[in-house]
Design a protein around this ligand. Sequence first.
Ligand code: UDP
Length: 324
Amino acid sequence: MRALITGGAGFIGSHLSEALLAGGHQVLVLDNLATGSIENISHLEGRPGFEYHIDTVSNEPLLAELIGRSDAVFHFAAAVGVKLIVEQPVLTIETNVHGTAVVLKHADAMKKLVVVASTSEVYGKNGDVPFREDADLVMGATTTHRWAYACSKAIDEFLALAYWHERKLPVIVVRFFNTVGPRQTGRYGMVIPNFVQQALAGEPITVFGDGTQSRSFTHVADVVRAVVALVHEPRAIGQVVNIGCSEEVTINTLAERVLAMTGSASSITRIPYDQAYESGFEDMPRRVPDLAKITELIGYRTRFTLDDILGDVISYFRSRPPYT
Ligand code: UDP
């Protein structure tokens, strides 16, 4: 297969590029380097079947040409990261809504399979964990910027599913739950790269809120393997599928574990949410995926534990002093 990966120089996109090439597929990357980095794909340069274009999906003639040359499109280009979203809501909404709209429009013209990357963020404030794909999405007020991210990705999902129902464009919507691993940057607020960088630099570990909120983290290699398996499963077409891990950890325990695994003498400091993000910020206390659907579709099982993830991220940042 020849795959177009929008956002292919990003964290998850670059791992997907690597996995598809390793599986004997060809890969076209389209990335504007807004949050991605050329460094993420520089090791793939010159590999047979690999090609990249530094441009945006809004360059529709180029987008159409690349879709025309592909068998499937992985639409991973998006504004991500709670910090970025809170600081740049206009960019977030425009990138996520417009970007997905043009990708689906051109893919529809050629009836090419599209995998749309969505997020567990769409479950919003729903407290009824684990989240099944058909659960209600519970959003907060439009004055709280965080929900712009959830709503923009929810619109992407609605649009993708509408193309499937109305026009029979094959689509698969994947909801990623806190995906982590080497190459993820802490720049946009993600907790594990931040904690690891802080621990390695001997700086205080910044726990936001009281630290009793929990998350379930998934290794990017598990996520990528699941995405590749889903595109080979015809029953996944027209479906929304959670991709995550059921191992749950509080942010307090996570901070302790990072300290123990790095051997760092950093202290742990607690920062109220309105200082960490913005006044009125709302966090979700728990976020756990129901994995019944993906298990039934592809026999999904995660291979990496939280300690494996932390070990990989620690090695990654140790190899990049001063821990950037
Ligand atoms: N968090 C934290 N310190 C940080 C970054 C994040 O305590 O330096 C918290 C954040 O408030 C949230 C959790 O860690 O409760 C996960 O945050 P992240 O941004 O990685 O992902 P989210 O699940 O919020 O999308």
